[in-house]
Design a protein around this ligand. Structure first.
Ligand code: HEC
Ligand code: HEC
Length: 244
């Protein structure tokens, strides 16, 4: 069955990471302080300072630094709630890798692990792997079980396209694009993203565990969403590449 194959691949990924003696899930992390949060100016400067990325070299980074073992050869993660990186905008990928380096994003053990990996990366490798992910097509149907809750009031499509003025909720599409392709500032591409990951990370913004969004842009929106709306949004974006 699909499930057992997936979990087998997932444990293989972990086994691999450990065999490589990545300092995975090390406990001394608590000591390392988080870096200073971005201001719009410092973020802009850090992203602008990165060298130009090359997708072909990025493919080599993806394979040689074993990103592929967890995020999949084609950027489609084989596990239930790990993010796909395929089709992601290069500016978002680069920002995340800088955030992990600086320990600005540290909501869970996966983020700790990403910190250990990101600190080994040069600015050129960051730029290259980000360029590579941007060339991969967004996953069309990752086979991940869809979350099921249905919101009572506003539908996911309404939230995405119209927002909800009564709660001062800006349409998601105004930053993330009508096709979920991302666009404004470092807003992520969301089309085809793993729906279990999307739910998890929106709940993490909501609780403030994920606090790397500059100017709290996502924390403020996520706080206003109900759990059912979050699940419906995750389904909407996971299925988006299947729509014409
Ligand atoms: C052992 C497994 C593992 C390896 C190896 C790994 N990752 Fe990750 N990665 C994760 C997990 C788990 C997360 C989610 C962490 C979180 O929720 O903050 C993640 C998150 C990310 C994100 C953020 C995605 C998003 O949508 O916000 C990026 C970008 C990323 N990884 C890139 C890389 C790159 C590049 C490499 C190789 C240099 C790599 N990863 C290697 C497991 C891994
Ligand atoms: C004003 C612009 C803006 C609006 C409106 C907005 N976002 Fe975002 N979103 C961003 C930015 C910028 C980021 C990157 C934040 C970071 O650095 O962590 C982001 C990140 C995200 C992520 C994390 C992606 C990943 O791979 O981890 C999700 C999920 C998300 N937004 C969902 C939504 C949803 C759903 C809505 C509508 C309810 C929405 N956003 C509305 C700007 C916006």
């Amino acid at each position: 069955m699909k499930t057992s194959k997936r979990s087998l691949r997932a444990s293989l990924a972990f086994a691999l990471a450990t065999a490589l003696s990545l300092p995975a899930l090390a406990s001394e992390h608590a000591a390392a302080p988080a870096g200073e949060a971005w201001t719009p100016a410092s973020l802009h400067a850090a992203l602008a300072a990165l060298p130009k990325g090359d997708a072909e070299r990025g493919r080599a980074v993806h394979e040689q630094m074993f990103c592929a073992s967890c995020h999949g050869g084609q950027g489609q993660a084989p596990t239930f709630n790990w993010p796909h990186t395929a089709g992601q905008r290069s500016v978002y990928t680069a920002k995340m890798l800088l955030d992990y380096q600086k320990r600005l994003r540290l909501e869970n053990k996966g983020a700790e692990l990403m910190h250990d990996i990101a600190v080994m990366m040069t600015p050129q490798q960051i730029a290259d792997v980000a360029a590579f992910y941007a060339t991969l097509p967004a996953p069309r149907d990752d086979g991940t079980p869809r979350p099921v809750a249905k919101p009572e009031g506003v539908s996911a499509e309404q939230l995405v396209k119209k927002g909800d003025p009564t709660r001062l909720l800006t349409p998601c599409a105004s930053c993330h694009g009508v096709k979920g392709q991302g666009g404004v500032l470092e807003a992520a591409a969301l089309a085809g993203q793993n729906p279990q990951y999307l739910v998890r990370t929106l709940l993490d913004y909501q609780s403030g565990r994920r606090a790397n969004d500059a100017a709290k842009v996502m924390r403020v929106f996520a706080e206003k969403l109900t759990r059912a709306e979050i699940e419906a949004l995750a389904r909407y974006y996971a299925d988006l590449p299947l729509k014409k």
